[in-house]
Write a protein that binds this ligand. Structure first.
Ligand code: IPD
Ligand code: CA
Ligand code: CA
Length: 276
């Protein structure tokens, strides 16, 4: 972890709020400048301008750090590279943003030289909430300390995302298993926000079969720091490949793992579900 972690966290919180204000201001415009990147996959002027703002902020505060962002890309940042890497999604939930739905957010994470995500900020401009965490220091929501209540799979909703433009599997198998276990799903349309909801106890867990680092890393830090369990997105040291993601409060990790294990080849069951 970086010695200046607390300073970085406060910098990232302010930057995420500023980025959220800029993105939100685009909703007042008649034309969002929407362009298609694929099936149900859009980029707007707001995504591009917001990523530019975030990059400018990071470059001026931490000129020697690397940046990986959804819209402008960046290096694959294998573990072992020097310095910190910021991983940013200017708008996570663009489909909601374009559709006039409130669930989208700004997501900012920072990864250290060993490839460990040590800082995560998810800012929700619609709800005016900032979820933030630094490894070893716990989760705060708008500055207030929060920890995950341990609830079972049938005591709350499980966030489930589906990577658009992909076949129904393995999401459908996961959902079938979830329903058979008596659970229900919720899709916020933003993976980063869903992970923030797991961290703050509003969802009991979250599963998506394919995410990118900018969707997952900030939320992963939030979940761990709230006392929950999250799969390790950076386990292979790469930022640019997609990975499955599972996160949950400790009371339902085992049950969710069983649902996911059957549909995800090559996952090995974690031995401990307690704080990592
Ligand atoms: C998407 C959202 C969505 C998830 C997709 C992501 P974007 O990110 O997080 O919830 O299901 O897999 O790509 O495109 O809105 O930044
Ligand atoms: Ca995203
Ligand atoms: Ca995005």
């Amino acid at each position: 972890m970086h010695a200046d972690g607390a300073e970085r966290l406060s910098f990232a919180e302010k930057l995420a709020v500023e980025a959220g204000q800029l993105a939100k201001s685009y909703l007042q415009r008649d034309d969002l400048g929407v362009r298609s990147k694929g099936v149900l996959d859009w980029v707007t002027e707001a995504d591009l301008a917001t990523e530019r703002l975030i990059r400018r902020g990071i470059r001026s505060a931490y000129p020697s750090d690397r940046i990986v962002g959804e819209e402008e890309g960046g290096e694959s940042a294998r573990t072992g590279t020097k310095g910190a890497t910021w991983v940013v999604d200017p708008i996570d939930g663009t489909t909601c943003f374009v559709s006039g739905l409130p669930s989208w957010c700004v997501s900012i994470a920072c990864v250290d030289e060993a490839g460990r995500a040590f800082l995560g900020v998810v800012h929700d401009p619609s709800g005016a909430e900032t979820f933030s965490a630094l490894a070893g220091h716990g989760l705060t929501v708008n500055g207030h300390r929060i920890s995950v209540p341990d609830k079972g799979i049938t005591d709350g909703l499980v966030g489930v995302g589906h990577p658009r433009g992909t076949p129904g599997e393995p999401t459908l198998s996961f959902l079938r298993r979830l329903f058979a276990a008596g659970g229900l799903f919720y899709n916020s349309g933003s993976a980063a926000l869903s992970l923030a909801y797991v961290a703050s106890g509003r969802l009991v867990g979250f599963y998506e079969s394919e995410l990118r680092a900018w969707d997952a890393l900030a939320g992963e830090v939030l979940v761990r720091e709230s006392g929950g369990w999250s799969s390790d997105f950076m386990g292979n040291g790469l930022l640019t490949t997609s990975q499955p993601m599972l996160a949950a409060n400790r009371a339902c990790v085992a049950a969710l793992w069983d649902l996911a294990e059957g549909v995800l080849e090559g996952w090995s069951r974690p031995e401990r579900y307690d704080r990592q």
